[in-house]
Design a protein around this ligand. Structure first.
Ligand code: HMG
Ligand code: MG
Length: 320
């Protein structure tokens, strides 16, 4: 290998970008929830540990959802029990309802994320709730979590389009997102669940939130890369002041309740771009690539990340 990353070819800054970006790693949760085969809990634990060692400080680990809805993450409690605390590393988990919160509190988690929908159809398919009734489900979860001293993040799905409803108006997304924040969440992650967004749409949505009084300091972006737009969309969000970006090691990911969803923006592809731009992430690219190569071998298929394919061994995870 000739280079440790894009900075080996020079660092060229662009005006208007933040000096530092926080990566919210979702591979163990968004990635592994979508694997056809169930990944053994010891492999998951090693995956999370390796991600922390690579310098990721926010690692979304698993979900306390109904195990029949997402059997891939039915081992949530066992996985958390296997993790060693690492200084400065947060291990948030998804929690949809009070039963999920009970399970998370039993494990002593410090941070949860609720996950709402901007559309009626996806709220029903993903949460078995209507667009309106989802807020009534989340309100007591957030209230009780905050009382226990937990941090609570919020996700909003289908922010850029919905496979059943088509285009989703910006105002509808802003309204739903502001309501999730109003429950007391510290951050709202805007999900392009099916990857249909384009850069101008990202700018319009962030402008819509700004006009409603929600600045980029309270927003994160969560792009699935179905149509190859995730990196361009991320760069647009950064120019608009967003500094928290969700990504998934090796480009793992999808949503079992949105068939057209594929993997998230690959963390390695994001780090390659940010390293070249001189934007700090604290992540060691080669250590991350080695982790994704190691996981690809366990999953028996190559990584979706272009950077992992370029820097890893040609036969990682078997051939396509
Ligand atoms: P439901 O069937 O309506 O639940 O599911 P219920 O409240 O009617 O309860 C039925 C039974 O389930 C009860 O048991 C409950 O105790 C039990 P019974 O009394 O019949 O024995 N139950 C639970 N058990 C364990 N853990 C729980 C739980 N809740 C109820 N938390 C529910 C409603 C929300 C639970 C279900 O729809 C669900 O689990 N949905 C999760 C779907 C999911 O995880 N989707 C993927 C994550 S979202 C995503 O990927 C998008 C994102 O990445 C952003 C983006 O890309 O856009 C975040
Ligand atoms: Mg997602």
């Amino acid at each position: 290998m000739t280079t440790a990353g894009s900075a080996g070819y020079g660092t060229y800054r662009l005006d208007g970008l933040p000096a530092r970006v926080t990566i919210h790693e979702v591979g163990p949760r968004d990635g592994l929830q979508n694997e056809a085969a169930i990944v053994p809990v010891e492999v998951k634990a090693e995956f999370v540990t390796r991600l922390a060692r690579a310098g990721l400080t926010r690692i979304e680990t698993t979900s306390f959802v109904h195990p029949k809805w997402v059997p891939q993450l039915a081992d949530a409690a066992e996985l958390l029990d296997r993790l060693e605390p690492a200084p400065g590393v947060r291990y948030p988990v998804l929690v949809p309802n009070e039963r999920g919160l009970d399970r998370a509190l039993e494990r002593g988690v410090a941070e949860i994320a609720i996950f709402g929908s901007a559309t009626e159809t996806f709220a029903r398919r993903n949460l078995n709730q209507g667009l309106e009734s989802q807020f009534a489900m989340f309100a007591p979860v957030v209230e009780r979590a905050l009382r226990h001293g937990l941090k609570v993040r919020a996700y909003l799905s289908m922010c850029f389009g919905d496979p059943w409803e088509g285009a989703v108006p910006v105002e509808q997304v802003v309204r739903a997102g502001a309501r999730l924040l109003d429950l007391g969440c510290f951050e709202l992650s805007l999900g392009d669940t099916i990857g249909v967004g384009t850069p101008g749409h990202v700018a319009a949505l962030l402008d819509g939130f700004a006009a409603a009084g929600v600045g980029p300091d309270r927003l994160a972006v969560h792009f699935h890369d179905t149509y190859g737009q995730a990196l361009a969309n991320t760069l647009t969000a950064l120019t608009k002041g967003v500094t928290v970006v969700d990504a998934s090691a090796g480009g793992l990911g999808g949503c079992p309740y949105a068939e057209s969803a594929t993997g998230n923006l690959a963390t390695e592809d994001l780090v390659w771009m940010l390293d070249g731009l001189g934007v700090e992430t604290g992540v060691d690219l080669m250590s991350l690539v080695e982790t994704s190569v190691w996981l690809a071998d366990r999953l028996g298929r190559p990584s979706a990340s272009r950077v992992v394919r370029a820097l890893g061994p040609a036969d990682a995870g078997g051939s396509d």
